[in-house]
Ligand binder design. Structure first.
Ligand code: PAN
Ligand code: ZN
Length: 187
């Protein structure tokens, strides 16, 4: 398998999660409103703006057996009511594929939900933290700090993103601010 040499080496900035190459996806609040516990609160927000909640830049050097893809993400600080800004979250289409996340800057958590046992975990993801996302695990990232949260994630090239399964019913648990602290609660 030959790899395009222009994607062998890429530079990045850990505070902005900007990459010198890659495909950018930006999600604005209006697009992911149903990911939140109380989407109605978005309509009551005092601004007419539709802020960017997060941006991911993905690098896909090759698609052969054994290849890897990776992405850098940035989630801006913010909340909808008590719920922190978050990613949509997904399962991998190839359910058995795992992923490794590395926190680059800021403070946050990953919400991990096993699709078979429905067991949920809230694992810290900030600078200096690594989270291993096993296969068959829906994953969402949440910024609980007052600065952007940036992170790196690497996954098998065949993983694919399945937003439908989790989008229909959403995660069973939410991470909300309670008494000033990020707290895991039932939806
Ligand atoms: C990540 C995610 C990224 C954005 O690169 O794609 O955090 O989250 P959503 O894809 O749920 O919008 C990853 O897990 N890739 O597999
Ligand atoms: Zn993933």
């Amino acid at each position: 398998m030959t790899h395009p040499t222009d994607l062998i080496s890429v530079s990045y900035d850990e505070l902005t999660a900007n990459l010198s190459k890659g495909k950018i996806v930006e999600r604005r609040l209006s697009e992911i409103r149903d990911s939140f516990l109380n989407p109605d609160l978005i309509d009551k927000m005092p601004t007419d703006e539709d802020p960017i909640v997060y941006r991911v830049t993905a690098v896909e050097p090759s698609n052969g057996t054994g290849d890897l893809h990776y992405g850098l993400g940035i989630i801006y600080p913010g909340k909808v009511g008590p719920e922190y800004f978050l990613t949509k979250g997904h399962l991998h289409q190839a359910r058995e594929t795992a992923e490794v996340y590395i926190g680059l800057s800021g403070e946050g958590y990953m919400l991990l939900e096993n699709e078979k046992t429905l067991e949920t975990r809230m694992e810290p993801l900030g600078k200096g933290q690594i989270v291993y996302v096993p296969g068959h695990t829906a994953h969402r990232t949440v910024n609980t700090g007052d600065k952007p949260l940036t992170y790196f994630g690497v996954y098998p090239a065949n993983a694919g993103h399945d937003y439908g399964a989790i989008g229909k019913r959403n995660f069973l648990k939410v991470i909300v601010e309670e008494n000033g602290k990020p707290t895991l609660k039932d939806r």
